[in-house]
Design a protein around this ligand. Structure first.
Ligand SMILES: Nc1nc2c(ncn2[C@@H]2O[C@H](COP(=O)(O)OP(=O)(O)OP(=O)(O)O)[C@@H](O)[C@H]2O)c(=O)[nH]1
Ligand SMILES: [Mg+2]
Length: 497
């Protein structure tokens, strides 16, 4: 289903392309059109070395993003479905350079710089069917530039193709590497910068990454990981839909088919050693590297880079009984990575609402373009442009987004009494506005008397609470959304009679 807002945005961009001239504005309009017609764009962000690129590879089932122990991802990189497979570097001045996609061969620094030192955004097109329903955006670590946190974030985002890259994403996966005392303040700072990007618990989730390093070798990291993830899910609820604990490395190795037959043989010969030898050799990474256990140093370090110590132990345990083949080992490791829960969340909660999120992010970029003064642009056009952006923003489809967000905020709105909260849930969840059936909508709220007077009375009580100076921000926001929902129903009812 293509919602009407998408077509309106595409038409508006086509019109603006001729009116706003070339350069950065044109690049942004092209970016909006590409984004609005394509699948949802999910960004993976977080601290340096949190395992972002590893997770990107795991989600794609293909080792495309570079991963390393030193700082690695330096440019925002968007992976799209497309053919021929290629890399496009989009520069801030509108210039686009193309390179063939050859695995493990990236354009060098010279290819990706200009005389004025402009940065670029990389678009990589791959014939990977996992990209059909969601494009994935890999980002540099939040501390990879040497500014203070907030300005660094904004300059990082603003540097991407002359636009704010977070205006061009529709959903976010935020990685926490290890629980740290400043996680909350960092995420809050990130979200403060991103509120203009419309990230809410609906289209943002957290990931507690690299779970295998949470416990000492030989101990099970999952009880602690589950406890921390639950604690973070509660603490971050208004911002993140949920926090998933995962072992990204195991996920990447399993989904990308990185384990070779030779790895399988090496793991099997490890598994055949006595328990004591195995235990001693895998006490620590260093011990495993230094040990003289049956494998060459190269094979040992290869296994470590694909599985980590936890993964090697897990594989030995699975292979221990001698009946499991390599093909049987991989699904076990994938399950142990627990990436499937995150994958399912992205598919149901992000892709399921993709159209609404895409219109919302396109509107945010269009709003900036529409309200930027340009002496050479026809003022009459600018006023039409601004009116149309506002009209799309307050259209039914965008109100749906506000309703979904308000629904997410209701549990925290303790200034709203339980009966009114229940009324709002019924209104948001059951309201049949999408089909424009006002009677059904009204009946969802009040099955006994779905008449106009009754709805008006309800609308007024929400309005009173909205205008009450004692109401906090969340309460006022929810009241406003409910009031507008009632106004829509009333408008539909009068249109139908
Ligand atoms: N043991 C273990 N290592 C991991 C895991 N996830 C990633 N790594 C390793 O950690 C290192 C950094 O991973 P990346 O995916 O490059 O991290 P990043 O967040 O993209 O790093 P930057 O792009 O430099 O910010 C790599 O050597 C990965 O193999 C994990 O779950 N467990
Ligand atoms: Mg990276």
């Amino acid at each position: 289903m293509v919602i009407e807002g998408i077509k309106r945005i595409d038409d508006l961009c086509a019109l603006a392309e001729t009116e706003l001239g070339g350069g950065a504005a044109r690049t942004q309009l092209a970016e909006i059109r590409r984004g609005i017609m394509g699948p949802i764009r999910v960004a993976v962000a977080g601290r340096e070395k949190a395992g972002k690129s590893t997770l990107v590879n795991a989600l794609l089932g293909q080792k495309v993003a570079q991963t390393a122990t030193g700082t690695c991802t330096r440019l925002v990189t968007v992976y799209h479905f497309g053919f021929p497979e290629r890399i496009e570097a989009h520069f801030t001045n509108g210039e686009v350079r193309q390179f063939p996609w050859i695995p493990d061969q990236w354009p060098n620094d010279k290819d990706l710089s200009t005389e004025s030192g402009r940065e670029c955004l990389l678009h990589i097109y791959l014939s990977n069917s996992r990209l059909r329903n969601a494009s994935i955006v890999d980002t540099p670590g939040l501390e990879s530039l040497q500014y203070d946190y907030s300005s660094r974030t904004s300059s990082l985002m603003a540097s991407a193709a002359g636009s704010d890259v977070y205006g061009e994403i529709d959903a976010l996966v935020y990685l926490f590497q290890q629980p740290r005392s400043d996680d909350m303040s960092r995420l809050e700072a990130f979200v403060r910068r991103s509120t203009g990007h419309g990230l809410t618990a609906l289209n943002a989730v957290g990931v507690l990454s690299r779970i295998d390093s949470l416990a000492a070798a030989g101990d099970d990291p999952w009880p602690a990981a589950t406890r921390i993830a639950e604690k973070y899910t509660r603490a971050y609820r208004p911002i993140l839909g949920s926090v998933f604990p995962i072992i990204g490395l195991l996920a990447e190795t399993s989904t990308t088919g990185a384990l070779t037959e030779a790895d399988g043989r090496a793991l099997r010969s490890l598994a055949a050693q006595s328990d004591r030898v195995k235990q001693l050799a895998t006490i620590s990474v260093q011990r495993f590297i230094d040990s003289d256990i049956c494998l060459t140093p190269d094979v040992r370090s290869g296994l470590l880079s694909k599985l980590g110590l936890y993964g090697i132990r897990a594989a030995m345990e699975i292979l221990g009984d001698g009946n499991v083949e390599l093909s049987g080992l991989v699904p076990h490791l994938l399950r142990q990575s627990r990436v499937d829960d995150l994958d399912a969340h992205i598919r149901t909660h992000f892709q399921g609402q993709a159209e609404v999120f895409k219109v919302a992010s396109a509107c945010r970029v269009l709003r900036r373009l529409a309200f930027t003064y340009r002496p050479s642009t026809d003022p009459k056009f600018m006023s039409v442009f601004q009116d149309e952006v506002r009209a799309i923003e307050i259209s039914r489809e965008m109100h749906r987004l506000a309703e979904i967000q308000a629904l997410g905020a209701l549990p925290e709105a303790d200034q709203i009494d339980p009966a009114m909260r229940e009324e709002a849930v019924a209104l948001f969840l059951l309201k049949g506005w999408n089909q424009g059936d006002a009677q059904d909508s009204a009946a969802a709220v009040d099955a006994s008397t779905p008449d106009e007077d009754n709805l008006r009375a309800r609308l007024q009580s929400w309005q009173r609470l909205e205008n009450d100076p004692a109401s906090d921000y969340t309460t006022r926001t929810i009241c406003r959304v409910v009031r507008l929902s009632y106004m829509q129903i009333l408008g539909d009812m009068s249109a139908q009679t």
